[in-house]
Structures are given as C-alpha cells and as structure tokens.
Ligand binder design. Structure first.
Ligand SMILES: C[S@@+](CC[C@H](N)C(=O)[O-])C[C@H]1O[C@@H](n2cnc3c(N)ncnc32)[C@H](O)[C@@H]1O
Length: 456
C-alpha cells in the first residue's frame, strides 16, 4: 500500500541512499530506491551502481520508495511504488479514487501548482538529450485551471448485465472498463451530461448501431447484452454537449455531434468525431502566441503574407483565426470528416469580413500532409504552421519543408519527444529555434503542449 507520510521530509544528505539500499532485494522482491529525477512520461528515474536503470511510476524526485518491478527489458526495469518511505514535500494525496486505475491523470500525486515546474525541468533535459540543444532561457509554461478543464473526452458506455448504463474509461493495464461517477478533470458540463441525459440519449440512439457494428448474425445476442461502446464527448465551453459514437445515424449525427465554439472572436464549427483542442480555458493563450509568432514572422521579412499553409489543420482552427492577415490560405488535413468544417470555418469568417478588406483565396485539401507537400511546390517564403499528431512530422513532410522556400515555421506539438526529434532534423538542415513556449493543456498528466518557432 502506498503511504503518504508527510512528516518525514526529504533529507538532502541522504540523496545517495539508493546506492546503499539498491541491491537489497526484499522477500517480496521489492527494492528500496532513492528517486533521482522525473523523466518524460512522469515516471521517477534512478540509475543504480550496477548500471540498472529504473523507471518508477508514482514516484517523485528525491523520494525514498519501496518499488515493485512490473516489467523488465534488457536495458531498463519498470516498477511501481508500493510504499513511500520518505515523501517529497511536493507530494499530495491524489484527489480521484480512480488514480492508478483508469489510465489517465497519472501525475495527481504531485501538487498542481508544482506540475509546470517539474515538466519544465523534464522538457529542458529531454530537449538536451534528444536534440542536443538548449530550450531558450525565457521558455515558460502557461498554466490554467488544474481541475475541471477538459472539454473533450472519450468514455466507454457500458451496459451491465442487469441493463444499467454506466460510463467509464479504459483501464490503465487492461482494456477493461473502469466506471466513474465523477471525473475531476472533465468540465462540470461534461460531468452533468454524463450524470444526466447521456444514458437515455445513447440508449435511444445506439441500439441500431450496436447491431450494425456486430453484424447481422450477432444481432440477437447483442440485443440482450450490447457490447461496450466508445463515445466521444465535446463541451463547446457554453455547456452545450455534442457526442459521437461509431455507427451513428446521419440524422443523429446532425442533431447531436455537430457543435460551434467561440474562440478569439471567431465562431468555429466542428463535430465530436474529429480532433478539436481539449482545453478551451487555456486555448486563447496558445492562439495569442501563434498570432504573435505569425506577426513577428511577417515583420521580420522571413515569411510573407502571400500564403498561409496550415498543415494537419483539423477543422481549420489556426487558419480560421489567422485568415485576415493573408492573401491565400491552404489547409491540409487527412481526416475527410474535417473538410466540410474547414470549408465552413474559412468561408463563414470570410463572409463576415468588412467590405474594404479583400477575401483571401481559400483552398481546403483533404489529404495526408506529406502527399500534399510532395505534389505542391512551395516556392515562396510562405507562413507555415504544422500541428501534427503525437507521432510528429512524417519523414517525407519534414524533408519537403526543408527543400521548400519556407524560412520560418510555427510547430505546435502535443508530444515534446517527437518535437525534439523533428527539431534535431530541422537544425541539421540549417533551422534554429527562435522561440519556444509551453502550455499546460493537460494538468494532472505528464503531457504538455508546446509551440516552437523555427527559422533559417
Ligand atoms: C493535433 S491535431 C491538430 C488539428 C488542428 N491544427 C487544431 O488545432 O484543431 C492533428 C491533426 O492532424 C491530422 N493528421 C494526422 N496525420 C496526418 C497526416 N499525415 N496528414 C494530414 N493530417 C494528418 C489528424 O487527423 C488531426 O486532425
């Protein structure tokens, strides 16, 4: 059992205790370790004298912990804290009863007001290790609400054998559903929706889709006990909830999945089946940072207002908020479901323009960014924004950008590891890091949003 003994504070003189205690395997195969630092992903890290490297879930830097190994590989061992012998002063009791069970919010044992500080250290080291470069001195992480911030989620709708509907998340170590009554990082509106109308709305709408999903031969068995269904939920910031599940009928999709969000004075259309940013509270700060980066680029002469290219554009979010600055705009997104929203988002705002300002030429493309880059020559110093998924930029896309006339790009990333990897390749090709900012979009988790400005 994990103990939270706060009176036995960290003693710096005992920093190297793990070197004495590390080889003492206990009867229960637990090891006592002094944690050196936090690493990417939020685990505690320690390297022992015998060369063994441990990644310890639930441990904080400086803590002395009993750790049970959970997973071994040739060059590292993963473990989980079973008892904290000397807690960090920054340790707190996790607020949620599903901590360690539901697969999310694995950083709840760290005080909310310390999380950005720890993540900054992790990212500085991560960048040094992976990109062999330093994050700028003035790198800051913008923070917002630590709880109740998440306006977008995927939950599992589960019907118990006695016909009750429950909502849950997929478990941390299995695909099992972990039911919850209240999730403290979701917005109040999402929690209210799940406690209130969600079950009956889904029950009315989803039976036919269950039959479709499992095929006709399965329909009888399925009617008596439908299998679990993943449901995407979205709160547009005004308490209006949209939702989507696979197999949804078109009429239901139109009625329940489509939403409108107001950000930075723009009304943006999206639906719950496609990507949209999940921290609306902090999003205006990212918008301001991107706008400033664009303005700085235009002022520097390294980028022109002839062409804005928004790659991995989703529903055209960045293009929409920036469109009044450009003569031509291209959005490129792989998910076909985004295309109609991107068209609406750019044309609606264009219609709202004043008579004096000329509308930009708009091109909304549904294609992989790497294919579009290979087929289209970017031979002007266009303003380029890339916001790829966790996997980072596809190799072909990165190479095409390097060969193009783009001299300055804004790289928005939800994965600092692939960002550092891609930065290293851009640096080899002559780009340098002009500016970097972090955004704590996912408090209670080790994830971080970053914005880099690269130029050559
Ligand atoms: C992190 S989201 C960013 C979306 C958008 N910029 C926004 O802020 O709403 C990444 C987007 O890239 C899309 N995507 C993933 N791989 C892609 C690819 N190879 N080419 C184009 N789009 C891709 C995803 O469907 C997703 O919409």
């Amino acid at each position: 059992m994990v103990e939270f003994r706060r009176k036995n504070r960290l003693n710096p003189d005992r920093k190297n205790d793990h070197r004495r205690s590390s080889h003492k395997l206990q009867g229960d195969k637990c090891l006592t370790l002094r944690i050196e630092k936090m690493v990417q992903g939020g685990d505690g890290f320690v390297r022992l004298e015998n060369g063994h490297v441990w990644f310890v879930a639930g441990a904080l830097p400086g803590e002395l912990c009993k750790v049970r190994p959970t997973f071994r590989k040739k060059d590292f061992i993963k473990g989980r804290v079973v008892e904290i012998l000397e807690p960090s002063p920054d340790r707190v009791k996790p607020r949620c009863p599903l901590y360690g069970k539901c697969g999310g919010c694995s950083l709840q044992h760290l005080a909310s007001d310390k999380q950005a500080e720890y993540l900054e250290k992790v990212e500085r080291e991560n960048f040094r290790r992976l990109a062999h470069a330093e994050l700028p001195e003035d790198f800051v992480i913008h923070t917002g609400n630590a709880w109740g911030y998440r306006n977008r989620a995927r939950v599992v709708y589960h019907k118990t054998p006695d016909g009750r509907a429950v909502f849950g998340f997929r478990g941390e170590e299995s695909n099992n559903v972990v039911p919850f009554e209240h999730c403290p990082v979701l917005t109040d509106a999402l929690n209210d929706f799940l406690r209130g109308p969600a079950a009956s709305l889904l029950a009315c709408n989803s039976d036919a889709s269950h039959r479709n999903l499992n095929g006709p031969s399965d329909s009888k068995r399925n009617l008596s006990r439908p299998r679990d269904m993943d449901v995407n939920l979205f709160d547009n910031g005004k308490g209006e909830i949209s939702f989507y599940y696979p197999g949804m009928r078109k009429s239901e999709f139109d009625a329940h999945a489509v939403s409108h969000v107001e950000i930075a004075g723009r009304k943006i259309e999206a639906d719950a089946s496609v990507f949209f940013q999940s921290n609306l509270g902090l999003l205006p700060e990212l918008v301001d940072a991107v706008r400033k980066a664009v303005d700085d680029g235009l002022a520097s002469g390294k980028a022109t207002n002839d062409w804005l290219i928004d790659l991995f554009s989703g529903v055209g979010f960045f293009a929409c908020i920036l469109q009044d600055k450009f003569k031509k705009i291209t959005t490129v997104e792989r998910e076909e479901g985004c295309l109609k929203h991107a068209k609406a988002n750019l044309s609606v705002s264009a219609a709202a323009r004043t008579a004096e300002s000329r509308s930009p030429v708009i091109e909304n493309v549904s294609a992989p960014a790497e294919d579009w880059l290979l087929e289209n020559v970017v031979d002007v110093p266009a303003t380029l924004i890339v916001d790829p998924p966790r996997t980072g930029l596809p190799k072909d896309a990165l190479e095409a950008i390097v060969k193009s006339s783009v001299n300055r790009l804004i790289y928005v990333s939800c994965d600092p590891v692939t960002l550092a990897r891609d930065y290293a390749k851009f640096a080899e090709a002559g780009f340098s890091l002009s500016h970097a900012e972090g955004f704590a979009f996912y408090p209670q988790t080790p994830h971080l949003e970053m914005m880099f400005v690269l130029s050559r």
